[in-house]
Structure formats: structure tokens, C-alpha cells
Design a protein around this ligand. Structure first.
Ligand code: AMP
Length: 317
């Protein structure tokens, strides 16, 4: 018997949740945009362990995409996503249409201010976090979830969502889950589907950059300029990679000049038609690649730290 329930409106989600809660059952929410992979599965598994009932949302939210971004071509694979949810033992899939979420006359905005939205993705993708804040608020209101699960890869998003859940007294605990990576260290992402085999190979410089900075931090380096240069040195090994930013920030996403344990290294880069982001907490998260793991670029090139800067779009400065 198929116990996965399909819920298509916020009202249906609320009704299901109200019934569960009336029966004394806790509710876990896993918001996604679909094209589910092992990263999403890890969130579902955690929710399954910690909550009596699990609902996953699958909604490619138009309000968090800017003009010219990939909303129209974002991968959509509802049938296989529903199979994943069944395999992971989810109780319900919330799969609203755009019209169900934003009916005619919809006019409400939600925004998180302060340092959390002063840099990084907020600047690279203007309006993105307003769209995220809006849809997450609607999901939390409709689901009345006890816990909602987000991935650490999207570090700034997780921080923004944690802020809004606390500020708006939602009563939902935001649980941030570790990044799931492929064997070569690349963080799993629905957007990896945009990569050609060669672009996929070059994208390995992103985890290599995180790993280089993590190892330098572990060796005692605290100067952000040096740590960033180490990351950029690896990123420069992807000739077709175009860095958008490589930064080290505190938990409120303020840039720092001296790193401490828990400072977050965030990276955004474009390759081909894909835009990829990744993040690592220095001194906390294990480097994505072991020391000496295969580097995708020619290691005979000058070292970025203390050496001549590399040429290219991700050059250490
Ligand atoms: P998305 O469908 O890309 O919007 O992602 C839905 C949720 O899954 C977000 O909270 C993401 O941070 C999380 N997520 C995406 N990729 C990963 C990954 N590789 N490891 C862990 N969580 C992830």
C-alpha cells in the first residue's frame, strides 16, 4: 500500500499536519526544489529518525529566482522524486502549483535584514533571499512543523532561515545537516546536471579549494587573506571556472580578517551554464578531500600562498 500522501495546497498541508499534531505526533518538514539526490535523502533520513511524521515539499519557487536565472530549465522529475520519498519513508509530499502558493492578488513580502543578507548570495542574486524567506515562511506556517531540515552546503540560506524562524516565533527548530559529497568531493546539487563531463571534472577544484584552506587552517594559519589565497589557488586550476566570490565570514555572515574555529569559507563559481556554491566551517568540518588527493590542475604551477599569483579568473590576489 502506498502510504505517501500527495498534498497540493497549503490548506491540505495544514489539515494533515493538524491531524498529526492532534494525535500527539511530531512533524518534520524537508523543503526541496525536487530533482532529489543523496543530499536530500540525508535530510529525509534525519527527519525520519527525529520526527513521527515527515513531509517533504517539492516546489521550484519562482520568487527566489532572478530574471535570467534558471527557473525555466531547473530540473523537474516529479515521478522519480516521489519514488525517492517512498523509499525514504516520507509520509507526505507537498507539491503545490505556483498558483496554489501565489494566487492572484498575492502581495505579501518577507525579508531578513542585517548582515546575513548584506553579502554573498544576497548580493550575487538580488532578491533571492526575499524569495527564500517568503516560501519558507509559508511552508512553516502551513506545516506547523516541529523541525525543518536544511543543508549546510547552502550555508547562508540556512542562517537566513534560522534567523527568520526565531524572529517570527514559528516554534520550528531549524536543523542544519552536513553536506553530502560525491567521491571526488563535489557537493551534490541538482544543478550538477547542467555540467558536461569536462565541466564536472573541472568543478572538483571547488572542494579542492575548500580542502586547501581547511588544511592550512588546521596547520595554524588564521589570516583570512592567506586562507582565501589557498582556496583560490586551487580554483585557478579550473580554466573554465569563473569565481564569483571566495570569502570567510562569521556565523552572521560578516566578513572577518582573522579566522577562528567555526568561521565559514563560502565559495560561488560559474562553470558552463551552472552556478555552484559550497561552504565549509574551518576547524569544524573535515576537508572534503584528503591531503594529497588528486588535483585537477598541474601541480607544478606556482603555489598560490607565498608564490606568484596565478593568472586566470580565479587567481589568488
Ligand atoms: P534544493 O532542492 O537544492 O533547494 O535543496 C533542498 C535542501 O537540500 C536545502 O536545504 C539544501 O541545502 C539541501 N541540500 C542540497 N544539496 C545538499 C547536499 N549535497 N548535502 C546536504 N544537503 C543538501
Amino acid at each position: 500500500m502506498d502510504r505517501l500522501r500527495l498534498l497540493e495546497t497549503p490548506a491540505a498541508l495544514r489539515l494533515a499536519s493538524d491531524r498529526w499534531r492532534a494525535a500527539g505526533l511530531s512533524v518534520g518538514l524537508v523543503p526541496t526544489m525536487g530533482a532529489l539526490h543523496r543530499g536530500h535523502r540525508s535530510l529525509l533520513q534525519r527527519a525520519r529518525r527525529e520526527c513521527d511524521r515527515v513531509v517533504a515539499s517539492i516546489f521550484v519557487n519562482p520568487t527566489q529566482f532572478g530574471p535570467g536565472e534558471d527557473f525555466d530549465r531547473y530540473p523537474r522529475s516529479l515521478e522519480s522524486d516521489l519514488s525517492v520519498l517512498r523509499e525514504e519513508g516520507a509520509d507526505a509530499a507537498f507539491v503545490p502549483s505556483v498558483a496554489a502558493m501565489y494566487p492572484p492578488g498575492f502581495a505579501t513580502r518577507v525579508g531578513v535584514g542585517g548582515p546575513l543578507t548584506a553579502g554573498g548570495e544576497a548580493v550575487a542574486r538580488p532578491g533571492h533571499f526575499d524569495g527564500v524567506a517568503l516560501v519558507v515562511t509559508k511552508l512553516l506556517v502551513a506545516s506547523r512543523a516541529d523541525r525543518a531540515y536544511f543543508g549546510a552546503k547552502d550555508a547562508q540560506q540556512a542562517a537566513v532561515v534560522s534567523r527568520l524562524a526565531a524572529d517570527l516565533d514559528t516554534g520550528t527548530a531549524i536543523v542544519v545537516c552536513p553536506t553530502v559529497r560525491d567521491d571526488d568531493g563535489l557537493a551534490l546539487s541538482s544543478r550538477n546536471m547542467y555540467l558536461s563531463p569536462e565541466e564536472r571534472r573541472q568543478a572538483q577544484v571547488i572542494p579542492a579549494g575548500l580542502a586547501a584552506a581547511a588544511r592550512l587552517f588546521a596547520a595554524g594559519e588564521r589570516r583570512v587573506a592567506r586562507l582565501v589565497a589557498a582556496a583560490r589557488g586551487e580554483l585557478a586550476g579550473g580554466p573554465d571556472l569563473r569565481c564569483e566570490y571566495v570569502e570567510i565570514v562569521d556565523r552572521d555572515f560578516r566578513p572577518v580578517s582573522q579566522a577562528v574555529s567555526g568561521s565559514i569559507l563560502v565559495v560561488a563559481a560559474r562553470i558552463g551554464s551552472a552556478r555552484l556554491i559550497d561552504a565549509l566551517r574551518l576547524g569544524v568540518d573535515a576537508p572534503p578531500l584528503p591531503s594529497g588527493a588528486t588535483s585537477v590542475h598541474d601541480t607544478s604551477a606556482p603555489a598560490a600562498v607565498g608564490g606568484a599569483p596565478r593568472s586566470g579568473p580565479c587567481t589568488a590576489s
